[in-house]
Design a protein around this ligand. Structure first.
Ligand code: MG
Length: 382
C-alpha cells in the first residue's frame, strides 16, 4: 500500500465536442475515453484506489464504463465546477489515502511511466504536476493584433495528473471556496497558498480530448502503443422486413410518417439491422440474429439504435471508419429524411464517415410492389 489514490474527474460538459453525450463517454478504440484514463491508474502499482467524479445524471453511465476495472472504489457526484467536483472527490477518499493524483477523465493517453514519475516526485517532494514544453511560438494578443512575443522557454503547458498531499489540497480548495475563487486546475489552488509545486515533464503525448479530431489522434496513438497494426476490415449486411398496417416505419432511427410500417420483433429498423450485420461481419462476430435472438423477450420492440450502440462496444478495439447504407423502397419517398438519418447514425458511431442512400426498384420485385423494404450496408472498421 502506497497511500496514493487517484481522483479522476469526469463531470465536464465537453461543449466543444459538439456531441450530446459527455466526451469522456465517447468511444475510443472500442471503449469509453474515461475507461482508458481509469485503466492507466488501475494498472499502476503506485495507486491504491480510485474515486471517479461524475455528473449526477451520468453517474450510472460512468459506473458502467469503469466497473470492470480494478481499484475503482467509488463514483461520486460532481459539482457545478471542476473545483467543486475535485473537492467532492477528495471528501470521498478513505482515511488511508494520504496522497492524491487528480486526473482529467478526458486524458486517456496518460501512461504508466508518467503516473510512476508523478508518484515518485509526489512522495519525494510533496507535489507533482504533469506538464509539457510549448513548441509553438507564443504571442500576447489584444484586439486581433500581436502585442508581444513571450519567451516560451520559461512557459509550460500543465496537464494532469496533478498530485498533492490530500490534506494540503483540501485546505487549498476549501480556502478558495471560502474566498469565492474558482481555479481551473489543482496547482492554481496550491499556488494561491504559496506552496511549492513541482513539475514533471510528460515524455509521451498526454492529449486532452477537447475537439472531435482529438479522438482520431488519440485512437491512432493508442493503436500504435498497443503495437497491433491491424489491417482495416470490411463487412456486408443485408436485411428485409415486410410492410404491414399498424406498425411504425423507422429507418436509421428516424420515424417516417407512412400508412404502413415494418413488421418485426424489434422496431424492425431494416437499415440499422443491415448496418449491424455489416459491422458484425467486419468484426467476425456472427450476425444480428445470433447476438439478439428474435425469440428473446428482452429485444421485443427494442430501439435498434440501442443494439447498434451495443455492437460498437463489442468491436474488440476496432473503430468504425465508414459505413454506407442503401435503403431500397418504392414508397414512401425517403430523400427528405436522409440528413436526419445520417445524423442519427453519426451520433451512434462518433468519428465515422456515414453515407445513407435510398433507391426504388422501378416497381420491380417485392420492394417495387411495396410489400417490403430491404437495406444493404457496407462498413469498414480499423
Ligand atoms: Mg431485421
Amino acid at each position: 500500500m502506497t497511500g496514493v489514490w487517484a481522483v479522476i474527474v469526469a463531470a465536464g460538459k465537453g461543449a466543444r465536442m459538439g456531441a450530446k453525450v459527455n466526451k469522456v463517454l465517447l468511444p475510443l478504440r472500442g471503449k469509453p475515453v474515461l475507461w482508458h484514463a481509469v485503466r492507466a491508474f488501475s494498472q499502476s502499482p503506485c495507486v491504491d484506489g480510485i474515486c471517479v467524479v461524475a455528473a449526477p445524471q451520468e453517474r450510472e453511465a460512468v459506473w458502467a464504463a469503469v466497473k470492470d476495472l480494478g481499484k475503482v472504489c467509488a463514483v461520486v457526484d460532481g459539482g457545478q465546477t471542476r473545483q467543486q467536483s475535485v473537492l467532492r472527490g477528495l471528501h470521498a477518499l478513505p482515511e488511508g489515502a494520504l496522497w492524491v493524483m487528480v486526473h482529467d477523465g478526458a486524458r486517456p493517453l496518460v501512461g504508466a511511466q508518467l503516473i510512476q514519475a508523478c508518484a515518485q516526485t509526489l512522495l519525494a517532494r510533496g507535489s507533482a504536476v504533469a506538464c509539457a514544453p510549448l513548441y509553438d511560438t507564443v504571442k500576447r494578443a489584444r484586439d486581433g493584433r500581436i502585442v508581444e512575443t513571450v519567451d516560451r522557454s520559461v512557459l509550460r503547458a500543465v496537464q494532469t495528473p496533478q498530485c498533492f498531499r490530500v490534506g494540503d489540497l483540501l485546505a487549498a480548495y476549501e480556502r478558495a471556496e471560502r474566498e469565492g475563487i474558482q481555479v481551473t486546475d489543482d496547482a492554481s489552488a496550491m499556488e494561491r497558498m504559496g506552496g511549492e509545486v513541482c513539475l514533471v515533464e510528460s515524455a509521451e503525448c498526454n492529449l486532452k480530448i477537447t475537439a472531435p479530431d482529438d479522438l482520431l489522434v488519440a485512437g491512432e496513438l493508442l493503436r500504435s502503443r498497443e503495437g497491433g497494426e491491424r489491417a482495416p476490415r470490411t463487412g456486408l449486411g443485408y436485411d428485409v422486413h415486410r410492410l404491414v398496417p399498424g406498425r411504425r416505419l423507422v429507418l436509421c432511427g428516424v420515424e417516417i410518417p407512412y400508412e404502413l410500417g415494418l413488421a418485426g420483433h424489434s422496431d424492425a429498423d431494416v437499415a440499422v439491422h443491415a448496418l449491424i450485420d455489416a459491422l458484425l461481419g467486419a468484426a467476425c462476430l456472427g450476425d444480428i440474429g445470433r447476438l439478439y435472438p428474435d425469440d428473446d423477450p428482452a429485444y421485443e420492440g427494442i430501439d435498434s439504435m440501442k443494439l447498434l450502440k451495443d455492437v460498437v462496444r463489442r468491436l474488440d478495439g476496432y473503430t468504425v471508419a465508414h459505413a454506407d447504407i442503401t435503403i431500397v423502397a418504392q414508397r414512401p419517398k425517403l430523400a427528405g429524411y436522409i440528413p436526419r438519418m445520417v445524423e442519427r447514425i453519426e451520433r451512434a458511431l462518433p468519428g465515422a464517415q456515414i453515407n445513407v442512400k435510398a433507391t426504388t426498384t422501378e416497381r420491380l420485385g417485392f420492394e417495387g410492389r411495396g410489400e417490403g423494404i430491404s437495406a444493404q450496408a457496407l462498413a469498414t472498421i480499423w
